[in-house]
Design a protein around this ligand. Sequence first.
Ligand code: SF4
Ligand code: SF4
Length: 241
Amino acid sequence: MKVMRKIIEIDEEKCDGCGNCVPSCAEGAIRIIDGKAKVVADKYCDGLGACLGDCPQGALALVEREADEFDEEAVEEMLKAQGAEEKSAPVGGCPSAAIKTFPMAGPGLAGGKEIASGGPSALGHWPVQIRLVPAGAPFLRGADLLIAADCVPVAYPSFHADFLKGKAVMIGCPKFDDAQAYVDKLADVFAESGIKSVTTVVMEVPCCSGMAGIIKKALEKSGMDIPFKEVTVSARGEILS
Ligand code: SF4
Ligand code: SF4
């Protein structure tokens, strides 16, 4: 039923799609779609304005207009469905999909445990597979993102120190995995997470260069202008370009 009530309004001219407002809405009413924040449905917005202070562009305002009534049950159902989707998209409740974050390790950074002669781990989160990382994962917010082909950490001995340190990471194989699913997932990541830069590291073999094409398509789909760099390594662990 439509009623006169307060509801959030998003000025698309001002919105740059940074995604800050998405986590600030506990109701899940806002999503980034095609690079702009959108209210998914009026019934999900409670009109209390919890998101207002989180928009650096001043694109959010509360207005009074005729809208569907706020529907708390619908919000609960939607959030439950979202949670189930995130749990099931990866391999059906497998613990490897549970998000974990670790203190950033590495020389000069606290939290690293010397566990091998190669030095402490620079990995700051889990999961890492492109398919397992939710687009809205907290560790992606405002991150410099490293997208590595699966074989790179095996072939390149100083992967943690040279590439991973200080970055969020996602890995996948452009040869064996579903390229379109990667384009869609990465486009959502770029649109939702305020990624500062993207670096991809791939192997010298021609099929691995497909990763750059996937990322370029995802950037195009997201509409985001994010600095992008590609590095190629050899099977003997040298940086080729
Ligand atoms: S916080 Fe970012 S994504 Fe949300 S409305 Fe403001 S500019 Fe747009
Ligand atoms: S494309 Fe080939 S080299 Fe690249 S990650 Fe996949 S299997 Fe490894």
